[in-house]
Design a protein around this ligand. Sequence first.
Ligand code: AVJ
Length: 320
Amino acid sequence: MATSKQLQFPAHGATALAARDGLAASPKRLPSWLFYDEAGSALFEQITELPEYYLTRTERCIFEAYAPEILRAAGPSLTLVELGAGTASKTCILIEELLQRQSRALFYPIDVSPTALHEAVNHLGRLFPNLRVNPIVADYTGGVEALTRISGRKLVLYIGSSIGNFEPDDSIRMLRRIRRNLRPGDALLLGTDMVKSQKVMVPAYDDAQGVTCEFNKNVLARLNRELGADFDLDRFRHVALWNKRCSRMEMHLESAVAQAVFLPDIDMDVSFAAGERIHTENSYKYTTEMVDAILRDSGFRLEHTWQDRQKWFGVHLARV
Ligand code: AVJ
């Protein structure tokens, strides 16, 4: 019997196109969205709990310390929307505070993963009987378009340093699209990781337990699973480095030896020189001046920034 794989050759799904494009490029690259299949999403959840990965913990601390201030600044009778909500675990803190200020609330978590949204709905439903949760399955583009169909005064959450994976130009384009779909009185809460010592940043992307290494190598494992490729994961090294000039952490996969890899489903042979890298991620780190600039360039006005004591992470309230 023909499997679905045999129906189309060469494969032309998103993974196939990304691999064909990125592995033919010089220098080689693969897009960071490839991290997030089921296995990769589970690994990312594990990363958020690592001692070296300060981002999630620090942003949660900021919410815990300043939720009343944040919601007071955002204004009365709000509907919450979260872009890339995942399981919305940090959002609980803001929702709890919101329900102190108003008796009922609406929450629209938007995410590509129905599994994650399902978990969010179950968890939040149990915690907050007065919260109505309306999940929306969509990518960023679809999610931003969905904003216009949500009535009432909105607070849009774009937290977790998700914006850090965008190139500066793309981040402005993304924020502009959000802005266009908001009305006067609506607000945006943006979470960004801040520039700090590389002694702190590098270990966050190269932890002692090797979880981030496994997360990075999962893109190769994914090409093996989805495209029948024969990447030998032991012959690639996880590399995390601070690119000061571009203000970003970078992740790469470095070929330990000269080798060739075959991707049968896209009929592609790829050869690697010893030490050659595949660039898999940029994670931009901001200064408050940079945050102010991207918000201004996209038509927002930065109203307030909350930070932890060490100023490692920033949560910014912006207005249309
Ligand atoms: C999910 C984009 C915020 O850039 O820190 C974690 C992804 N990469 N470890 C980040 C990630 C390596 C993460 N973001």
